[in-house]
Structure formats: structure tokens, C-alpha cells
Design a protein around this ligand. Sequence first.
Ligand code: NIG
Ligand code: FE
Length: 426
Amino acid sequence: MSGNLIIKNASELVTCSAFAAKRGRAMSNLGIIADGAVVIEQGRISRVGPTAEVMTDLEASGGDLSLFETIDASGKAVLPGFVDSHTHLVFGGDRAEEYAWRLKGDSYMDILQRGGGILSTVAATRSASFQELTDAGLKRLDSMLSFGVTTVEGKSGYGLDRATEIKQLEVMADLNRLHPLDVVPTFMGAHAVPPEYKGREDDYIDFLLKEVVPEVAGRQLAEFCDVFCEKNVFSVEQSRRLLTGAAQSGLKPKLHADEIVRLGGAELGAEIGAVSADHLLNASDEGLRAMATAGVVATLLPATAFSLREPYARGRFMIDAGCAVALATDFNPGSCFSESVPLVAALAALYMNLSPEEIVTALTINGAAALDRAQMIGSIDPGKQGDVVILENPSYRFIPYHLGVSTVEKVIKRGTLVFNKLDQGE
Ligand code: NIG
Ligand code: FE
């Protein structure tokens, strides 16, 4: 029966057990069970423990084993599905040419200032059909799934007008229906200043609050509101006004904070109680400490720093200061055209000095917390959704160690096998 699954004999069952973000030192605790088993019934995790105990209990309680698929995970580590909590996965066109310009020395922000960058993807997304965006989105989700991602956040923000912002969010709703991966939508109408509003940023924020946010919230097209709080994009004041206004309509706040310039985005995230503040390459000590106190998840995107050749966010400092750190890909056509979880893991290990344990926490329960879903996903705990990955290796330590190469052999979504590396190429 679909959704009923037993995974047993795992060399390491890495539970990441928790129902809220793990902060600071707690990020090192993975709740590992040696020779572990997990039982999923009707898509939900029902039992977790050492294999011998779980199997005895299941039989003693009258469980009919013939109703379950069984996977023997001998010699393999089993973890919660990864949560990629920051991506821009629905867009038209590509920016391969811009990448070549950047290699020659053009800066990301200069390209945006002269009407390229995000704005060139805006033009391509406005002219793309619903079907084209959906087809491209499905391929990207397939790739993400192969990396062990079972829940992904996706942002609008390549429309910057009412119709295209709504189109992007509707595409995400369709992707969520059509693909096994769960897609969590974020409204990011304030991703850049559209050409029509150049020099009138405040008017654009008014427009978003009056004309777009009510429809997005009313039709439940998004769960979060995000903003690019950055020099020459949206100021701290404009970001505050948008996020607090959108929160009144029920969209929970997130922000792109202190990515290129230290503007005070981390401080703003703490002040308004954002669910997460993301990037943080240039965040101040005070801003990061305020985030730790306020319980704002610090979402770090090392593949973006790598791709932009910028210094990495200070992940080590953040964890030592008591922050909850999440890691995500930031998959988008410009600053980081990569959906690779192993690349993110390797960069976090080598350039942010995160331990393998902290990296796993950042990709699972803390990613879930960055999407306000720590009660539902992100760990292998009874009651949670049955989203699980099985590695081809005996330990989670292989995730950052196998540089840029996926260690994921199987992906299970709500108790059903949805990806198997061993079937590929048949
Ligand atoms: O997270 N900084 C703004 N937004 C994205 C990049 C989007 C793009 O370049 O298309 C980011 O880096
Ligand atoms: Fe981003």
C-alpha cells in the first residue's frame, strides 16, 4: 500500500529529532540511532528506534507486515529529506551571457544598475507562457529531488507587475500539485525596482501593498513575503514598511539582508521578528546577536558567495553567537545557478567552518524552521511527514566530504519511493 514503508538496518538513523529550530551548540546534536529503523504509515512517521525494537513492537502491536514495503538500508545512512528554504526556481530565460560578463570583471550590481541582471530575467519571465514556466520548473524540481530535497521554497520576483507576479505564484501552486516535491511559495514583488518605477521606490512599495499583497494573501498564493533590502534597491525603511504591511495581511516576513552592503538588514529582521533573514554576508555583530535573541533563522547561501566571488557569511560566528543557521542553495539564474546541495555542504564546511553535524542540522530541521514547518518536516520523529533520504554511504559525514557529488541513493516522500539512483539510466 502506498505510503506504508519500513526502512530498517540503517547503519546510522540520523533523526535530527526536534520540533523547533536548533540554535548554537544544539546544532551539533543529530540524535543518531545505530542500526536504526523508521516506520511510515499512510505517509506519516509512526515509529523510530533501533531495528530490533521497532520490529518487535510493530509485530507485538498486531502490525500486518504485508501492508508495508520494506527497504533494507544496511551499510547506509538514513536522514530527513533536505529542505531547500531559499530558491528562485520559477523564471524564464537564462543569464549565461551575464555569467561570462561577470567572469571578465563586471559586478553583479553594476549589471543590475544598467538594466540587466534580475531585470533581464524579468523581461524573459513576463514574456514566458504559463506552460513554459511550468515545464522548466518541473525539470528543476526533478534535479532538486535527485539531490535529496523533499521541500523547496520558491520566490516570485521576476514579474514586478501584478499579472506576472501572480503568474509565477500560480505556476508554483501547479508545480506543487504536479510534482512529489512540496513547493512553499514566497511573494517577492520587491525583488528589484521595475523599470516603470525607476526612482519611485516608495510608490512601488505602495503599489505592492495596495494592489498585489491583498490578492496574494486573499487567494493564499504565498505564505511569506520577502524583499531585497539592499543599497540601490530597497532601503531598510521601505523594507520595514512592506514587510509589516504584508504581515498584517498574513504573509510572514523574510528578507534578503546585508548581501552586498551592510545596510542593517539583520537588525531589521530581528526588530520585526522575521521568520528568517538570508544571505548576511556583511551583517554586523550586533545584528547577528539581535537575530539570535529574537530567534530569527539565519539562512546562509554559500554557493551564492562562491558564484559572486564575495567573502562568505560568518556562519561560525553566528552559531557561536547562538543563532539557528539554515543552509540553502538560492537557486536562481543570476547570482547562483545551482541546485546542488553537496556544493552548498562542501562550501559551508570549507569556508564557513561548520562541522558535518551542523551542516546536516542546517539542511534539515533548521531549513524546516526557516519555512515555519519545524512541526511537520525536517526530522525523523513520530508524527512528522514521511520524507526521508537514504545515502549510498554509511555516514552523514560523506555529505560535505564527497565534494560536489551527491551521496543520495533514494528519496522517500510521504512514505513513497520517488527517486532511486539505482534505477537511473535504465
Ligand atoms: O538571492 N539578491 C537578490 N536575489 C537573488 C538573485 C536573483 C537573480 O540574480 O536573479 C539572490 O542572490
Ligand atoms: Fe535569493
